[in-house]
Design a protein around this ligand. Structure first.
Ligand code: WTA
Length: 701
């Protein structure tokens, strides 16, 4: 189990030096061909969105939408830091994404659905067809008595019925809360409870890696879990992967469960007027992990959010109506909401929706899809790039597609992977935008404007138009660019895409994102409320930001945010476990993966059975995506004298680094015991510096 690592020079490396030690990467220029067709070519765009023009500069974003009633105030700060954008206006997101395109683009594809089985034909959904299906679904939801402000939870896979149902909700002002399909039934249940949903919408089955998964089983678990937490679900609506046929083994529960395709028969051809909703009405909730065990529901607004994703799709993804755009993310995450559904559709784009795994049945699949559909804008995450490179480095060359632009999102990308993406996937012609942002921010925060700024491998770039980042140290002092010092990246100003609050928890919203750097809690001036993103970052002399990863107890596994506290409480559901600690480990493909340390209760012998049950508990409570790489049963946890588990020490051991000085711990001897258990007796740990997110792991409480 233990791997040998080379001992390195014994030097203490400070945070500041680490940053300096990185090699500066060279710049790559966008091609003239790309530049000549780009939507955003104004070299003064960043100045036009300067802080001196704030917030009025964002009127241009609102102008990209169609309003039922114009707004009166660009930004209302009276309830700081709960910002209200474009106040007084009336608008509908479904109308903006569907109806307003019918006259010009009715026969154009809105979605092209690509099923995972390669023999199944694509499903093209034109704007006209989308309109019909969204209206019928909206009529059904209205028929169930649902109305503006109600919450509905989805636990849907990557199928067109997901955006159709989202847009049906948006038409009525129902707040949708899509839970990533790969989360377990229990995880879905706790999100149902938190949002207070009485309706769950799911699908019987879907294809994943060659298997038709019985997804309905998760709905039963979710409803039971929600009930245990005190939330009743009255209706479970089940879409069928193959309409008219039930493809799951789990029985339907009579009275509670119904097939959407059966109910829809009653609503055939029905039209539902899009409701004129207030700008600052909520559009959806998106749950995300944080420092505590309870996921937080990021609440996004209708107008501000939609304006932000519309403008950033147009200018930064460079989306034109005649482009064929493919984002490989899952709609169950924020990237899919913003940049598969709302942003692309508001721009009358054509958005490809792929059901399955990128490497199924082989690493040529994405390039075959791109060639066949003429995809020219491609969007994915570093984990997929690493995976496709490992399994098929030469594959892209075999296919005759040509991207004009490509995006990377979700994790830091190492320059080596970036160069493969540029050279092989982009064939040295496509521009790359490395877009850094979060669930909470609705859309991009830092990225190059693709026709204007050179690219730099591993760095996301400057702030997007109207986004003014700043890096603070622990004391709140600004860290200047080019200093080589890392700190906490914050955004100085609000922007339309920012979340409105954490659903049902205003205090946590203030505490998580603002408390650290706000000096005046009563202030109504936005300048007093920098938004703390939760990432460490460093700014090079050229102004480009490089993101170092989360500074809270969140592990970014393959671009998915997993809260360590959530994993630890899952471990504690196994009766034999007394204590659990989860730490991030560097992984060649997934960036980071969790490793678990558990201590068993007195009298319980350590066994493989206990380990297996810990793994199963994590899969049941969170989902297979959280499956740990290894589980270690330790005699005791390394602890401070006040009893706090030193996760940082465990992280150093797991990553085969030197643990540093542990003499001040309450039980220093246990450290060597754990080290031997994990690394073996003879291993000499390296002094090589740990990445920032791991080095500081567990410091934020
Ligand atoms: C990380 C995903 C480096 C970051 C949109 C952030 C990135 C977290 C990048 C948010 C990037 C996202 N480079 N790191 N381009 N994009 N991250 O909420 O740590 O799922 O805080 O939103 O992903 O993850 P979330």
């Amino acid at each position: 189990m233990a791997s040998k690592v080379k001992p390195q020079e014994q030097t203490e490396v400070s945070e500041a030096q680490i940053a300096v030690h990185w090699k500066e990467e060279g710049h790559y220029q966008p091609s003239d061909r790309f530049k000549s067709q780009a939507n955003m070519r104004d070299p003064h765009i960043l100045e036009k969105f300067g802080l001196d023009k704030f917030p009025d500069c964002f009127r241009e974003y609102a102008d990209m939408l169609t309003w039922f009633e114009p707004y009166r105030t660009v930004l209302d700060t009276s309830d700081a830091p709960f910002w209200k954008w474009f106040v007084g206006g009336k608008i509908n997101a479904s109308y903006n994404c569907v109806d307003r395109h019918l006259a010009k683009y009715g026969n154009k594809a809105a979605f092209i659905f690509v099923p995972e089985p390669e023999g199944e034909p694509d499903v093209v959904i034109t704007y006209q067809e989308l309109h019909t299906r969204v209206n019928e679904a909206a009529a059904l939801l209205r028929g169930l008595g649902l109305k503006a402000g109600d919450r509905v939870t989805f636990h849907m896979p990557m199928v067109p019925e997901l955006p159709i149902t989202m847009l049906a909700c948006a038409r009525l002002g129902i707040i949708h809360s899509q839970v990533f399909g790969g989360f377990s039934g229990q995880a879905c249940g706790s999100r149902i409870q938190d949002s207070g949903s009485r309706v769950l919408i799911t699908m019987d089955s879907y294809w994943r890696n060659g298997t038709l998964v019985d997804h309905k089983a998760n709905a039963d678990i979710a409803v039971r879990a929600a009930k245990e937490l005190g939330q009743d679900v009255d209706k479970v609506l089940v879409w069928q992967r193959y309409p008219g046929k039930y493809s799951a083994k789990t029985p339907m529960s009579s009275g509670r469960d119904a097939f959407v395709n059966d109910l829809l028969k009653e609503y055939k051809g029905k039209n539902v007027e899009p409701v004129a909703l207030p700008s600052e009405g909520p559009l959806f909730l998106m749950y995300s992990s944080g420092t505590t065990g309870k996921p937080k529901g990021a609440q996004h607004s209708i107008a501000g959010y939609l304006a932000y994703v519309t403008a950033t799709s147009k200018w930064l993804l460079d989306m034109h109506p005649d482009d064929v755009y493919w984002c490989m993310a899952d709609i169950g995450w924020i990237t899919g909401h913003s940049y598969i559904v709302y942003g692309p559709l508001a721009n009358a784009g054509t958005s490809v929706l792929y059901e399955g795994v990128p490497t199924f049945p082989d690493a040529g699949r994405p390039w075959r899809i791109a060639e066949r559909l003429g995809v020219n804008i491609f969007h994915t995450a570093p984990t997929a790039i690493r995976m496709l490179r490992k399994l098929g480095p030469q594959e892209p060359r075999k296919y005759k597609y040509q991207f004009k632009s490509m995006t990377t999102v979700g994790e830091p990308i190492e320059p080596e992977a970036w160069r493969w993406y540029y050279d092989e996937v982009g064939k040295r012609e496509a521009v790359i935008t490395d877009t850094w942002w979060l669930t909470e921010t609705g859309g991009f925060l830092c990225t190059t404007v693709p026709a204007l700024h050179p690219m730099k491998p591993g760095s996301c770039g400057p702030g997007a138009p109207g986004i003014h980042p700043v890096i603070y140290d622990e004391t709140g002092a600004e860290i200047p660019k080019g200093s080589g010092k890392a700190g906490n990246i914050c955004i100085r100003n609000p922007w339309p895409g920012i979340m409105q609050t954490i659903w049902g928890d205003r205090d946590r919203y203030i505490k998580t994102y603002f408390a650290k750097y706000n000096k005046s809690p009563k202030s109504k001036d936005w300048r007093d409320w920098p938004f703390m993103c939760g990432d460490g970052a460093v700014q090079a002399a050229d102004g480009y930001y490089r993101i170092l990863g989360r500074i809270d107890d969140v592990i970014n596994v393959a671009g998915h945010r997993l809260g360590t506290k959530e994993l630890e409480s899952a471990c504690l559901t196994v009766p034999e476990i007394a204590e659990a600690a989860v730490v991030p480990v560097q992984d060649e493909l997934k960036g980071r993966v969790p490793e678990v340390y558990v201590a068993v209760k007195p009298g319980v012998p350590p066994s493989q059975d206990v380990i297996d049950r810990v793994v199963k508990a994590i899969e049941d409570v969170i989902g297979k995506i959280a499956r740990p790489k290894r589980v270690y049963i330790v005699p005791d946890m390394p602890k401070t004298r006040s009893g706090k588990i030193m996760r940082r020490v465990l992280a150093a051991i797991s990553n085969r680094r030197d643990v540093g000085d542990v003499t001040t711990l309450a039980n220093p001897d246990v450290v060597e015991q754990i080290r031997t258990l994990v690394q073996g007796k003879d291993v000499v740990a390296t002094r090589e510096e740990l990445p920032e997110d791991i080095a500081k792991f567990g410091e934020v409480e």
